[in-house]
Design a protein around this ligand. Structure first.
Ligand code: AGP
Length: 608
């Protein structure tokens, strides 16, 4: 996730900006840059790579000045490169912009600006904002910004410098974090508290559709209509470490809480009028699909589990047979892949060695490859024919959470896209799916707001030796992910089983008090699940069931029921997995485990 920092005061801005950016490194980035306004000129230095590259560059140049903005970029539009790094200058060099977020309608705006005679040098959506500001600039940068905000759609935290206004930074936000720090004769903007904690503990949190006008001795807030807004100052009590985690104890729980926003971002700009799916870098056509008679989904770990849900959804909507394979198996088993096969690889990091090898194997055999990844410019994104990005932002905790839910969203979009092109889905069904997809963020939020129940349960059961997760169909796919989450961070032995398979062996392990998590959210399979649950209860198992809100049939049958908000059957995994992530997290916390860095594991497995 990009990081923004800005300074205005009497001190030299460059060291303050560089230090602030260093404090934002934990957010993840691939390039960085700063812009300093001095003597009527905006001096920009930016570079791909770590902050040290930028620091070297800055040292070699004289970046003098007491007002400036800085940025660490996590690539979205356009690969990591010097040119795509922020700050971006408007065409004449009048205005510099740093941005965190996604401008959904940047393509039509860019087209329009090109017709108006503007040139672009980067592939970014941010450069559109810079040129749009210049287009609307009529001597008043605040007014220009208000006009720009009226035209752009999507999410943004923006920091803006204008040559004509050496005494102010203007900033705005919508669905991306931005704070204003208040110092003594100096003020700041930042994406997050750690960037400015050394200088001030007094901050304002900008809300959506608010604009801040920051001068060295004053800060003013207005809405998009130019009306003044009163805001309350917040005194930060956190230390730097807590501030990096947004006040949460671990990155994992922070990332679990980021899921509503990550889902929203991954859907952003991809559903048009609830009837059309737009996947920019997936160029597969109706004609291409006529030549495809099989799909392989290949991935590792959590991404593989997302693929299992993907198989179900693609087969049901697009009516093409789908095989899901673990990348480390696929690459060595001479799979039956040819030019009539479409391969979908899924990888959060885009750098997993087995997944990259599987991708190459599929291509060698003539398959077209679509990559679903969270990292722009990653190896899988470069090797694949088509790419669909999940916009989860950097995931720091080893245990994958927001990457999984956004991978599911990407797979729903791909399934719908393929189904529409193949003509296997009705307009009504597309509309129904689109409507429900957009409601998922608020339903995930509801589950997060009710996390206390899970936390309490974890505090009572963290001593469990073995935990079994059972489910059928899509519930089984989610059970696999829930089980992996638990074992990897709490070190409790756990297994996931298709519920109907228990009686073929594993039931022998269930005895008095064995903890069994039974997922029963699928209407058509509910009666079958009920029978399996009763099998477990009859052997003394302690059963926690997950059921849809409104289905009270498990009350009195099991030991505890967790209710999942109603949604379409296909979409339930996005919701069911949330309490399972929370359960694993709280069990691990109760056990005193190193939640973010579990033993023996690495975030990105770049070796075989
Ligand atoms: C899950 O919590 C793990 N971190 C792990 O299974 C992970 O999903 C797997 O290593 C694949 O990583 P990738 O998505 O970066 O390829």
């Amino acid at each position: 996730m990009c990081g923004i920092v800005g300074y205005i005061g009497d001190k030299q801005a460059t060291p303050i900006l560089l230090e602030g950016l260093t404090k934002l490194e934990y957010r993840g980035y691939d390039s960085a840059g700063i812009a300093i306004l001095n003597d009527g000129n905006i001096n920009i230095k930016k570079a791909k790579g770590r902050l040290n590259v930028l620091k070297d560059l800055v040292e070699k140049n004289n970046m003098v000045g007491t007002i400036g903005i800085g940025h660490t970029r996590w690539a979205t539009h356009g690969e990591p490169s010097d040119t795509n790094s922020h700050p971006h200058l408007s065409q004449s060099g009048l205005i510099a912009v740093v941005h965190n977020g996604i401008i959904e309608n940047y393509l039509p705006l860019k087209k329009w600006l090109l017709e108006e005679g503007y040139n672009f040098i980067s592939e970014t959506d941010t450069e559109v904002v810079a040129n749009l500001l210049e287009y609307y600039y009529n001597g008043d940068i605040v007014e220009a910004l208000r006009k720009v905000l009226d035209r752009i759609e999507g999410s943004y935290a923006l920091g803006v410098l204008c040559k004509d206004n050496p005494d102010m930074i203007v900033a705005a936000r919508k669905e991306a974090p931005l704070i204003v720090g208040i110092g003594n004769g100096e003020n700041f903007i930042a994406s997050d508290i750690p960037a400015i904690l050394k200088y001030t503990r007094n901050v304002y949190f900008l809300d959506d559709h608010e604009i801040a006008i920051i001068k060295k001795d004053s800060v003013e807030f207005i809405d998009v209509f130019g009306r003044k807004i009163g805001k309350s100052l917040f005194e930060v009590k956190w230390d730097v470490e807590a501030a990096e985690k947004g006040g949460y104890e671990h990155f994992m729980i922070k990332e679990i809480h980021e899921q509503p926003a990550a889902i929203k971002d991954t859907l952003r700009g991809r559903i048009i009028d609830d009837s059309e799916i737009v996947l920019d870098d997936v160029k597969i056509t109706k004609e291409d699909l006529e030549k495809i008679d099989k799909i392989f989904i290949v991935a590792c770990g959590t991404a593989y589990h997302a693929g299992v849900v993907g198989k179900y959804v693609i087969e049901n909507l697009a009516r093409i047979p789908v095989e899901v394979d673990v990348a480390s198996e696929f690459r060595y088993r001479n799979p039956l892949v040819n030019e009539r096969t479409l391969t979908i690889v899924i990888s959060q990091s885009g750098e997993t060695a087995d997944t990259i090898a599987a991708l190459k194997e599929a291509k060698k055999k003539g398959s077209r490859v679509i990559a679903i990844t969270n990292v722009v410019g990653s190896s899988v994104s470069r090797e694949a024919d088509d790419v669909l990005y999940t916009w989860a932002g950097p995931e720091i905790a080893v245990a994958s959470t927001k990457a999984y839910t956004t991978q599911l969203i990407a797979l729903y979009l791909v399934a719908m896209d393929l189904a529409i092109k193949r003509g296997t889905i009705t307009k009504t069904k597309v509309m129904e799916l689109c409507t429900e997809l957009k409601k998922l963020p608020e339903k995930v939020q509801y589950l997060l707001d009710n996390k206390d129940v899970i936390q309490k349960f974890a505090s009572e059961h963290y001593n469990a030796k073995d935990v079994f997760y059972i489910g059928r169909g899509l519930d089984y796919a989610v059970a696999m992910e829930g089980s992996l989450k638990l074992k990897e961070i709490s070190y409790i032995h756990s297994e996931a089983y298709p519920a109907g398979e228990l009686k073929h062996g594993t039931l022998a392990l269930v005895e008095e008090g064995t903890l069994v998590i039974a997922l029963a959210t699928q209407d058509d399979l509910f009666e079958k699940m009920l029978s399996n649950i009763k099998e477990v209860k009859a052997r003394g198992g302690f059963v926690v069931a997950f059921a849809k809100q409104g289905n009270l049939q498990l009350e009195g049958v099991v030991d505890k029921v967790i209710y999942i908000p109603e949604t379409l059957k296909e979409l339930t995994p996005v919701l069911t997995v949330v309490p399972l992530q929370l359960l694993a997290y709280y069990m691990a916390v109760e056990k005193g485990c190193d939640v973010d860095k579990p033993r023996n594991l690495a975030k990105s497995v770049t070796v075989e």
